[in-house]
Design a protein around this ligand. Structure first.
Ligand SMILES: NC(=O)c1ccc[n+]([C@@H]2O[C@H](COP(=O)([O-])OP(=O)(O)OC[C@H]3O[C@@H](n4cnc5c(N)ncnc54)[C@H](O)[C@@H]3O)[C@@H](O)[C@H]2O)c1
Length: 336
C-alpha cells in the first residue's frame, strides 16, 4: 500500500516535530511544508520538500496530499481545518481543536460532509501512567470514584510571553486553559467523562503586562457519571514548572500521578492490587527554559496511519477534541 502523504502547516516548535515524526514513520511521507514566515527563517533545511507561504496557495497547487497537519497558533486551527477538509484532506489538528465549541462543531460538520477524518492531538494519553490509569479505571479496579483533584502549576513568564509572540493574545492563544492546560482537561475527560455544575474563580496576578487573560484559577465541579472534582491551575509559579498532578480518591483505593506533566505515579494504594512496573515517560517538549507536554507525537502519526490504512479507531477523535473545548469554554463562562 502507498504511503500516507502529509503536509504540515505551521513550522514552529511543534510543526517541526510533526514533520520529523512523519519522516521517521515508514508508512508516512512528508510532501510539503507551509508557513507565513520565509523558509530560511524556519530551520527546516532538513526537510527537502516544497514550501508554501499560505495554506491557500498549497491547496491550489498540484501537490497531492492525504492529510494536512495544522500546527499554527490556536486561533487558526478551525478555519484552516475547514479549508483543508474542503479541499478533500483528512486533518490532524494540534491542541486545542478550536477556541470555541461552535468553531469545533463547524469543523466536525465539514468533516462529516466531506467524509474525512479529524485527528485531535492529545499525546499525553500515550504516556505510560495515563495508559495504566485508563486501564484500571475501565476495569473498575478502583471501584466507585469519589473525587478527582487536578493541580497544574507551571511557570510562564516574560521569557515565554514575548511581544512578537502569538502567546498571550486572546484571539490567537485563547487563554492558559487552551494553551497550557488542555492536555490535563483532556486526560480528566478521557478517564472520567463530562463535568457539570462548574464553579470557577480566575485571576490575572502577574501577567497583566504580557497577556490578555488569566494566569491562575480554581475550579470545582461534579462528574456527570458521579463523583466530584476540582482543578487548580497557574502559570504564575516562580522561575520553573512546579507540578501537574491528578489525585483520585475512590472506593477501593487512591492514586496520585505527578511530576511536571503527569509523568510519574507518586502514590498507588488499592485493595488487593499490585502496581505493575511502568515504562518511563518520554521527557517533556523543550521550549528553552520551559518544559511542555510529553514528546509522544510519533504515536499520533502512527495512529493516523493505522486509521487510514487499517481502519483502526482514532486515538483522540473530533468529538473528544470538541468536548475539551466545550469544558474549557464552560469553565471560563462560570468565572464571568
Ligand atoms: N501537543 C503539544 O504538546 C503541543 C505543544 C506545543 C504547542 N502545541 C500547539 O501547536 C501549535 C503551534 O505551537 P508552537 O509552539 O509550535 O508555536 P510556534 O510559534 O513555535 O509556531 C507556529 C508557526 O505557525 C506559523 N504561522 C502563524 N500563522 C500562520 C498561518 N496563518 N499560516 C501558516 N503558518 C502560520 C508561524 O510563523 C510559526 O512558524 C499551537 O496550537 C499549540 O497550542 C501543542
Amino acid at each position: 500500500m502507498s504511503k500516507i502523504k502529509f503536509a504540515v502547516v505551521g513550522c514552529g516548535h511543534i510543526g517541526k516535530r510533526h514533520a520529523e515524526m512523519i519522516t521517521r514513520n515508514p508508512d508516512a511521507e512528508l510532501v510539503a511544508l507551509i508557513d507565513i514566515k520565509e523558509r530560511p527563517k524556519l530551520g527546516i533545511d532538513a526537510f527537502q520538500v516544497p514550501f508554501y507561504n499560505s495554506l491557500e496557495s498549497f491547496l491550489s497547487s498540484d501537490v497531492k496530499t492525504d492529510v494536512v497537519t495544522i500546527a499554527t497558533p490556536n486561533g487558526f486551527h478551525a478555519p484552516q481545518a475547514i479549508l483543508a477538509l474542503n479541499a478533500g484532506n483528512h486533518v490532524v489538528i494540534e491542541k486545542p481543536m478550536a477556541l470555541s465549541k461552535s468553531d469545533a462543531e463547524q469543523v466536525i460538520f465539514k468533516a462529516l460532509h466531506q467524509s474525512k477524518q479529524v485527528f485531535a492531538v492529545m499525546q499525553n494519553r500515550f504516556s505510560p501512567p495515563s495508559v495504566w490509569l485508563k486501564d484500571i479505571i475501565q476495569k473498575g479496579i478502583m471501584g466507585q470514584i469519589y473525587s478527582v483533584h487536578l493541580n497544574s502549576f507551571w511557570n510562564r513568564d516574560d521569557r515565554y510571553y514575548t511581544v512578537d509572540s502569538w502567546h498571550g493574545k486572546k484571539e490567537l492563544d485563547g487563554g492558559t486553559l487552551f494553551t497550557q492546560f488542555s492536555h490535563f482537561i483532556d486526560v480528566m475527560y478521557w478517564l472520567f467523562g463530562d463535568i457539570k455544575n462548574i464553579k470557577s474563580i480566575i485571576r490575572d496576578f502577574n501577567h497583566q503586562h504580557s497577556t490578555e487573560f488569566e494566569d491562575s484559577g480554581v475550579v470545582h465541579f461534579e462528574f456527570v457519571n458521579g463523583g466530584i472534582g476540582n482543578f487548580n491551575f497557574s502559570t504564575s509559579v516562580y522561575d520553573k514548572n512546579l507540578e501537574s498532578s491528578i489525585t483520585i480518591i475512590a472506593e477501593k483505593g487512591s492514586v496520585k500521578i505527578g511530576g511536571q506533566y503527569m509523568n510519574e505515579v507518586e502514590y498507588c494504594h488499592i485493595k488487593d492490587y499490585e502496581m505493575p512496573t511502568l515504562a518511563p515517560t518520554n521527557p517533556g517538549n523543550d521550549y528553552g527554559a520551559y518544559k511542555g507536554s510529553a514528546q509522544n507525537h510519533h504515536y499520533v502519526i502512527e495512529n493516523v496511519v493505522d486509521v487510514l490504512k487499517h481502519q483502526k479507531a482514532i486515538s483522540t477523535n473530533a468529538l473528544e477534541g470538541m468536548k475539551v473545548v466545550d469544558i474549557i469554554e464552560r469553565i471560563y463562562q462560570s468565572a464571568q
